[in-house]
Design a protein around this ligand. Sequence first.
Ligand SMILES: *Cc1c(COP(=O)(O)O)cnc(C)c1O
Length: 400
Amino acid sequence: MNDVIYMDYSATTPTRKEVIDAMMPYFEENFGNPSSWYSIARNTKKAIDEARDKVANAINAKAEEIYFTAGGCEADNWAIKGVAFANRKKGNHIITTTIEHHAIMNTFKYLSKQGFEVTYLPVDKDGLVNPEDVRNAIKDTTILVSVMYVNNEIGAIEPIKEIGAICREKKVYFHCDGVQAVGHIPVDVVNDNIDMLSMAAHKFYGPKGVGALYIKKGVRIDNLIHGGGQERGKRATTENIPGIVGMGVAIELAVKEMEEESKRIGALRDRLLNGLVERIPHTKVNGPIGEKRSYNNVNCSFIGIEGEAMLLLLDSNKICASTGSACASGSLDPSHVLLAIGLPHGIAHGSVRLSLGRSNTEEQVDYVIDKLSEIVNRLREMSPYWETFVKGGENYDDLF
Ligand SMILES: *Cc1c(COP(=O)(O)O)cnc(C)c1O
């Protein structure tokens, strides 16, 4: 990555060298179809088994509860539609939150068109779900609750264990989008009372296009792809062996290095967040402060500016950042997550997400603080919105 400063690790991560090295033989000499009987095929079958063990170990699941997918969105879609359709006779009420990734949001939207009744739970000003709201929303017809582990935009770590315990008590299936959590913070599906958990390898330095869904033994769920017997008949198609091998190696490394990396990167995150707040007046930090914030997330709104203009200027200074979720950028609507935590449209527009990772250093953090404060000052000088604000035309005291 040489001279660019990459601070968009929540959008994706580069594949680690160790992971690529482990994958390469499965493109070349070990290319056999694992469903075949000869020895080069046995090698690939064994490689898949080993990767499945590694993914299972990382989240305290059993190997037979791990199903490989083509990424996080696929795992999310499968879990929600698969459970909704398989349990329709029992009820048609499904529950999620207002801050989910588009993979969840748009799947729920689709299901509401198919006749399911959807409840969207609100969040507080930090983006946290109240478990008691989950309890109060569950009724006789409820079959599924889906709440994400770590929010991809503002880094809020949700009270998953408590929500899971309520779902278990009420005998309602609990799905968790764990894409930003797995490989980053400790996740234990048993302790956390999770029935289904989505994961994506490219969010923890594995390859793109591969992920997994944990499905607790006994969960009633429809098959995803009808065909052969792969993934125990639930998801047919010849396996993405290099990808699966890469995911196994990546998750093992991520878990091994988690404690140390989250400490190092967490300190950089604090330096960046504090630096921005000190240097740029009227900066609002979005998301929780402290324990309930993911170690790698910075999300700030700067009153009086446009996020798109800020990103262009950051890019011309070789800083890679994001205004929200990568899937949503390109649209002019402000982030649904920032609106859900109560930001007015005008302020939500002037927001930036900086998500840190392995390549980042203290020097880079200091450079980004310098550049970003220059950029915000420059944009504010040109902004009529800022002028109104400074003259006292608008007041946002209650946001801080
Ligand atoms: C990235 C992400 C996804 C989508 O994963 P893909 O592998 O890109 O399909 C889903 N949920 C969350 C929270 C994410 O951050």
